[in-house]
Design a protein around this ligand. Structure first.
Ligand code: HAM
Length: 405
């Protein structure tokens, strides 16, 4: 039997109900915040991710579904959504228009990681990207939006916050950090030796215990911010305080993608095991120009939908629409005509096999219908349909000519 690939899951009807509830809730909130839907292709030129997510990142270095297509193009399945949205923004010359552009999107992302609980090779993100606002108020808006989405879904969280500095303060900090890493000598792991020359700040979130214990004494980004980055970080904390959004400063939070500067954040859940990050994002003011666009400030985030699925508190399913059935074989054609009328305004599920009334009432329960409607010999002679309201527990015989007339 052919099975789905490791780390790639089917989403069956029961789960999709949750999935769809998440998408409706998150999209409604994104629209309320003034964001517009954007859809970009699943397949992009590999160079897009190398230049944005960064060659030194694990995502580009180890995890891409990369191949040469029949036209000899070097392409890959998108590992994340931001790069594609920036590519579209530049390609359609929206950067030249100026002003503020706010997008949201959702869809599958692909990373060749080692699958485990909460870590898939095909997973779904809901993301938003905002272009054209340099103010830290937009960073706060992102965090408020995630907080609203999680609250609406009944999901608790912890928010981790850091500032990664910018082109003014980061180079000097990087030098300090490299000197510190060199002072650790051979004690650090091979990955950190590599990171020291490719992207030194990534050593800070190394999972190796020896490295972790050494880096406790590393210089902290947050103690080395320039005036502007410090001001922005202080303002962000103040806005969050005013909105009663609790946060923890995590000086080792560097994010796994290279495009960030200034604000970086992650939302984590303590109830889903080791893969606890449910959302991540931050500011990336340089990315649009790196991808050949006009320099434009940008900030965004993405939520990992699979990691949220078991945490979502669904509203109780309401009975909805009609279940329709025939009591006698001759009645089925009339049942089909009645169902057609029903579906013009609500759900109509038909049972084709003639059954007893008791069996049909059970069937209506099974599909969670509000009404059970049946036609038998009696109804046929009276040209009518028998309807039971399963909430109000009332029954009536309705002339077919009046039924959804
Ligand atoms: P990210 O932190 O790589 O950020 O991914 C965002 C979220 O996607 C994570 O917090 C997690 O919930 C989910 N996720 C990531 N990898 C997996 C996986 N293998 N299996 C299941 N879920 C996963 C980004 O992708 C950035 N593009 C976010 C962003 C948007 N930053 C600015 N704008």
């Amino acid at each position: 039997m052919i099975q789905s690939l490791r780390g790639m899951n089917d989403i069956l009807a029961d789960d999709y109900e949750r999935f769809e509830y998440f998408l409706t809730t998150a999209s409604t909130i994104a629209k309320r915040y003034g964001f517009h839907y954007i859809e970009t292709p699943l397949l992009e030129e590999t160079a897009l991710f190398k230049r944005s997510v960064g060659e030194s990142s694990d995502i580009v270095g180890k995890e891409m579904y990369q191949f040469t297509d029949k036209g000899e193009n070097d392409v890959c399945l998108r590992p994340e959504g931001t790069a594609g949205v920036v590519r579209a923004f530049v390609q359609h010359k929206l950067d030249k228009k100026g002003g503020i552009h706010r997008f949201y999107y959702h869809g599958p992302m692909f990373r060749y990681e080692r699958p485990q609980k909460g870590r898939l090779r095909e997973f779904h993100q809901f993301g938003v990207e905002s272009f054209g606002v340099a103010s830290v108020y937009e960073d706060a808006l992102m965090i408020m939006m995630i907080s609203d989405i999680l609250k609406a879904l009944g999901i608790g969280y912890r928010l981790k916050l850091n500032s990664l500095g910018d082109q003014h303060c980061m180079p000097a900090y990087r030098e300090k950090l490299v000197s510190f890493i060199e002072s650790c000598g051979d004690a650090i792991c091979g990955d950190c030796v590599r990171r020291k020359s490719t992207n030194p700040i990534r050593v800070l979130d190394c999972k190796n215990e020896t490295c972790q214990s050494l880096y406790v004494n590393a210089p902290k980004l947050i103690d080395n911010l320039c005036g502007e980055c410090q001001n922005d970080f202080d303002t962000l904390k103040q806005i969050l305080d005013n909105h009663a959004i609790a946060y923890e400063i995590d000086t080792n939070l560097v994010r796994g993608l290279d495009y960030y500067s200034k604000t970086a954040f992650e939302f984590v859940s303590d109830n889903i095991g080791s893969q606890s990050a449910i959302a991540g994002g931050g500011r990336y003011d340089r990315l649009i120009e790196f991808l050949d666009g006009k320099p434009t400030p940008a900030v965004g985030f993405a939520l990992g939908i699979e990691r949220l699925m078991e945490l979502i508190v669904m509203p109780e399913a309401q009975r909805e629409g009609y279940y329709l059935g025939a009591l006698d074989p001759e009645a089925i054609q009339s049942v089909l005509l009645a169902a057609e009328k029903v579906r013009r305004s609500t759900k109509g599920v038909v049972e084709y096999e003639p059954r007893s009334l008791k069996a049909h009432l059970k069937g209506a329960d099974r599909v969670n219908a509000r009404y059970c409607a049946v036609i038998g010999e009696n109804e046929l002679t009276q040209n009518s349909i028998w309807v039971k309201d399963l909430v109000e527990k009332t029954e009536s015989l309705i002339p077919l000519s009046d039924f959804f007339a």
